[in-house]
Design a protein around this ligand. Structure first.
Ligand code: FAD
Length: 309
């Protein structure tokens, strides 16, 4: 069993590194487990143009290197390993990593969320080369182009409506003729002259050339008939999955598994804080994750002052 740390941060996306920076500057000597995807979701993207401070934009991996360097400069210790399980039943809390147990007075969970992909043929190769899961992030790259939005919920309607600011045409494809979207969101999309809604259509295969995406073979699930559709961009909007399974229900989550804040950024367990996409069902941006990482660090620092030091 290790010495008792002040704070262990789980996850190394924008939320984790910002929490690392703030807790390190507060002299708490944080320990971070960066996890199976060190650097988080932005390691999967090329250009980030909406994080303040980079007037020319920056690639996701470069930006995450900067965030890591900044946190490490002030003494955040980063271990590139995954947390297997946690025990929050008593304090100090316990965090198991490759059968080694680490103890800490406080924990900040920043494990993010994963977009759900379709896993259609040729999808893997086109991720970030025309296929995206975030219109706010990547919509502006498709000015005057035809794009697809896949999904039938509120997110799909919202993304499609947002994309009409840039794209010349947006086609929404949904597997069924029943849409999970609220009536108001559906009606708004349906009334938009740039949007066409096609029910009973699913992606069978993505089409591409050296430049990137060129379209898709789409299938009618009722009879298996297929057709080709042209598009240089596609946005998959069928949901996100928060990464909370390793917590084994020790913290209160909502029905979809997102961690619930109880008091500011503190979870249902006193001394355990959470930040970023693992909490956020609405904004899901690097800057909002970083902002929440800062909040969690400040809340954690104050909690340690009141409860431990
Ligand atoms: C393709 C793509 C492009 C995007 N483009 C933009 C953009 O241009 N601008 C923008 O603002 N946002 C963009 N986003 C959204 C942005 O990436 C997320 O909102 C942001 O990364 C969330 O940060 P986070 O710190 O909450 O979590 P993440 O970035 O998801 O990081 C989660 C971290 O948790 C770690 N982890 C998970 N489980 C464990 C475990 N058991 N033990 C230890 N660590 C663990 C992972 O290794 C990872 O480091 C994009 C997202 C994607 C997928």
């Amino acid at each position: 069993m290790s010495d008792i740390r002040n704070v262990i941060i789980i996850g190394s996306g924008p939320a984790g590194y910002t929490a690392g920076l703030y807790t390190a500057r507060a002299m708490l000597e944080p320990l971070m487990f960066s996890g199976y995807a060190s650097g988080g979701q932005l390691m999967l993207t090329s250009d980030v143009e909406n994080f303040p401070g980079y007037p020319q934009g920056i690639t996701g991996p470069e930006m995450m290197m900067h965030l890591r360097e900044q946190a490490e400069r002030f003494g955040c210790e980063v271990i590139d390993k995954n947390v297997a399980s946690v025990d929050f039943s008593s304090r100090p809390f316990k965090v198991t990593v490759e059968s080694e147990v680490f103890q800490s007075h406080a924990i900040i969970v920043c494990t993010g969320a994963e977009a759900i992909w379709l896993n259609a043929e040729n999808e893997e190769a086109q991720k970030g080369r025309g296929i995206s899961t975030c219109a706010t992030c990547d919509g502006a790259f498709f000015r005057d182009e035809d794009v697809l939005v896949i999904g039938g919920g509120d997110s799909a309607m919202e993304e499609a409506t947002f994309l009409t600011r840039f794209a010349s045409k947006v086609t929404i494809l949904n597997r069924r003729d029943v849409f999970r979207a609220s009536t108001i969101m559906y009606d708004r999309a349906a009334a938009n002259p740039k949007i066409e809604i096609k029910p009973f259509r699913q992606i069978k295969k993505w089409l591409s050339n050296e430049q990137g995406l060129t379209g898709a073979v789409i299938e009618d699930p009722r009879d298996g008939s297929t057709e080709e559709i042209n598009a240089t961009g596609a946005f998959i909007a069928i949901g996100h999955k928060p990464i909370t399974k390793f917590l084994e229900n020790q913290i209160e989550t909502d029905d979809e598994g997102y961690i619930v804040h109880k008091e500011h950024t503190m979870t249902s367990i006193s001394g355990v804080f959470a930040a970023g996409d693992v909490v956020d069902t609405r904004y899901r941006q690097a800057i909002t994750a970083a902002g929440m990482g800062c909040q969690a660090a400040i809340d954690c620092e104050r909690w340690l002052e009141d409860n431990v030091h």
